[in-house]
Design a protein. Structure first.
Length: 179
């Protein structure tokens, strides 16, 4: 008896589509490579695709992700943090205030943490940012056993300074007072 062929959604076979969707929904961030180094990006899963907002002031960078291009998305396991699935995506930029953009932004707005301008955030996104849709095309669960660890990318947000000399004494003093 032959097995029935796997139905597909887009180019991803249905069992892989289910893994891609569930893993991506549950992961707080994904690693996205659009041609340069991979970046950790926050996202939402909405209507069968991953959605990102960025490239504006105070938002995450979306380097080398272009409309009509492709990207590689690596999803980590929420409990262990290791790679769970890697999938290839078709990238499309959503037109501001189009119905698809409005639906995606409604989801993204709920996940955006620490926004300085939550009341007018969506208008700022329409003016200054890009909203991207990454739709799965192919997936793999055979990830090999090699580590893909790399040094962090340079950013002005990180500082490497020694801890102040008095800090350990302050922390130890607090523990003693609590006890």
């Amino acid at each position: 008896m032959t097995e029935p062929s796997a139905r597909s959604t887009g180019d991803v076979a249905l069992p892989d589509q289910a893994l891609v969707e569930e893993a991506t929904k549950k992961s707080g961030l994904v690693w996205v490579r659009g041609g340069g180094p991979a970046r950790a990006l926050w996202h939402v899963w909405h209507e069968g695709a991953l959605h990102l907002v960025g490239d504006g002031p105070g938002e995450q960078p979306l380097p080398q992700l272009v409309d009509g291009g492709t990207a590689e998305v690596t999803v980590r396991s929420k409990d262990k943090g290791g790679r769970l699935v890697v999938w290839t995506a078709a990238v499309s930029e959503l037109e501001p205030h189009a119905p698809a953009w409005e639906a995606a932004v409604a989801e993204l707005k709920g996940k955006r943490l620490n926004a300085p301008d939550a009341e007018v955030m969506t208008e700022r996104w329409a003016r200054e940012c890009r909203v991207l849709r990454l739709e799965p095309r192919a997936a793999t669960t055979d990830l090999g056993s090699t580590s893909l660890a790399e040094p962090p990318l340079p950013t002005p947000a990180t500082t490497r300074r020694p801890a102040p000399a008095g800090l350990p004494r302050l922390l130890v003093g607090r523990k003693k007072k609590r006890a």
